[in-house]
Design a protein around this ligand. Structure first.
Ligand code: GUN
Ligand code: ZN
Length: 441
């Protein structure tokens, strides 16, 4: 049995923090010890207490003075868009048609998909992200590469072969039948293997015919435990065109409702421009609105009312995500900095405890995976991020005047990126220090 004792400052959340002084919402150990046995947390507490319980042959790693949290979680991004990030476009549909669809066509080649998968997981680890929910491309080869690499690294990943059968280049289209059969094949081959979770992934209503939506519905009925991921109400032109394509639906949300695609395991990317009726439907079905702040600003899609939507009478479940390659950073720290700024513009406050809750436990709850990831609770999988709030000279200087934990978190969120990630552990294994730099490779 591999036994590791990690020493450092430990932080894990018990629930969403209501304010900066809500100390009941988290557990913090200033000199903490985390005992990991075979990739699972076996004990957590004060270092001296945990050290006393540890067996003689336990390998010990000291991360003081860094802060150790559950690994960060990214609930929406696109694995085939690593070479789309930083593309110059005026709006969502222009961005998709000019760059994104063409780039995704390349994933028909399994060698290309395998190369990008390696780089994708390197970037996740570099940024402290230990679980992500990604869209692959329409090609089964892309899902194969994505899940094969996740297994190699022992990571808990959600992903799906995209279903799309219209309004895109020929090289990026399947058919209702193909999308059904290939998604089924991906489920059989990968779901439950290692720590893999396959998601049913109709890209969005614009790229699926009603027949393909029926295929997605059939999959959802056959595999009710699977995640479903799609996009909803990101951009006003998109919404107009979508409603033209489905004139019988009350609104955009109603399209997914009609095909039985809403529910507690449904992740709806963006969901920015919702009517009250639509927000009520998301609330009633327990569907999750996934906020992608860097993407929403970069593509110019709009300002998601993160606080308002989860605090309405009928609250909507929320998650946070990078949305690479519409998003402009792989870092969940950078992501929450932009989420904070959007809330500021909307006259709302997003407190840093809440931000770090969202990146960890909050996103784990949104994925219905909190029994495995997102906390430091005994019996769950030992995925960790080790954060250094003095990672750059400017951060170190600012840290000199920091006196509280929320201030330190806010500094990490405001100034931090991959440089602030000192180490990333996946199932108890340190993954970041051994990464190749990959420069120019
Ligand atoms: N809507 C449909 N596909 C996409 C995508 O790849 N990125 C974003 N941001 N929105 C989408
Ligand atoms: Zn997306």
């Amino acid at each position: 049995m591999t036994k590791t004792l990690i020493r450092g400052r430990l932080l894990t959340f018990k629930r969403a923090p209501m304010s900066l002084t809500d100390t009941e919402s988290y557990a913090y150990e200033h000199d903490g010890g985390l005992l990991i046995e075979d990739g699972i947390f076996a004990a957590i507490g004060d270092y001296a207490d945990i050290k006393a319980q540890a067996a003689q042959d336990t390998h010990e790693i000291d991360h003081r003075p860094h802060l150790i949290l559950p690994g960060l979680i990214d609930t929406h991004l696109h694995f085939p868009q690593m070479q789309v990030i930083a593309s110059y476009a005026g709006s969502l549909l222009e961005w998709l048609n000019t760059y994104t669809f063409h780039e995704e066509c390349r994933f028909v080649e399994s060698d290309h998909a395998a190369r990008i998968a390696t780089r994708f997981y390197d970037e996740m680890i570099r940024h402290g992200t230990t679980t992500a929910a990604a869209y692959c491309s329409v090609h089964k080869a892309s899902a194969d590469a994505y899940f094969a690499e996740a297994m190699k690294r022992g990571m808990c990943m959600v992903g799906g072969k995209v279903m799309m059968d219209r309004n895109a280049p020929q090289g990026l289209l399947d058919t209702p039948q193909m999308s059904y059969e290939e998604t089924r094949a991906v489920i059989e081959q990968w779901h439950g293997k290692g720590r893999n979770h396959v998601a049913i992934t109709p890209r969005f209503a614009i790229t699926s015919t009603p027949e393909q939506m029926q295929a997605a519905q059939a999959l959802a009925q056959e595999f009710p435990d699977l995640h479903i991921q799609t996009h909803l109400s990101e951009n006003l032109d998109e919404i107009r065109y979508t409603c033209e394509l489905y004139p019988e639906a009350k609104d955009y949300t109603d399209i997914y409702a009609r095909y039985g695609l809403l529910g507690a395991k449904t992740l709806l990317g963006h969901a920015i421009h919702l009517s009250d009726r639509e927000a009520d439907v998301l609330s009633e079905t327990g569907s999750v609105a996934v906020h992608c702040p860097t993407s929403n600003l970069f593509i110019g899609s709009g300002l998601f009312p993160l606080n308002a939507i989860r605090r309405r009478n009928k609250p909507v479940r929320v998650a946070v995500a990078t949305d690479i390659g519409g998003g402009s950073s792989y870092s969940m720290l950078r992501t929450m900095d932009e989420a904070y700024k959007i809330q500021q513009v909307l006259g709302q406050r997003l407190n840093p405890l809440d931000s770090f809750h969202l990146m960890t436990r909050g996103n784990a709850e949104a994925l219905s995976l909190v029994d495995r990831i997102g906390t430091l609770e005994v019996g769950t999988d030992a995925d960790l991020v080790v954060l250094n709030a003095a990672a750059t000279p400017a951060m170190a200087l600012r840290l000199e005047t920091v006196t509280t934990l929320p201030e330190e978190l806010f500094l990490l969120q405001t100034m931090g990126d991959d440089r602030a990630v000192a180490e990333t552990y996946v199932a108890g294994k340190a993954m970041k220090q051994g990464l190749e730099p990959n420069l120019g490779a």
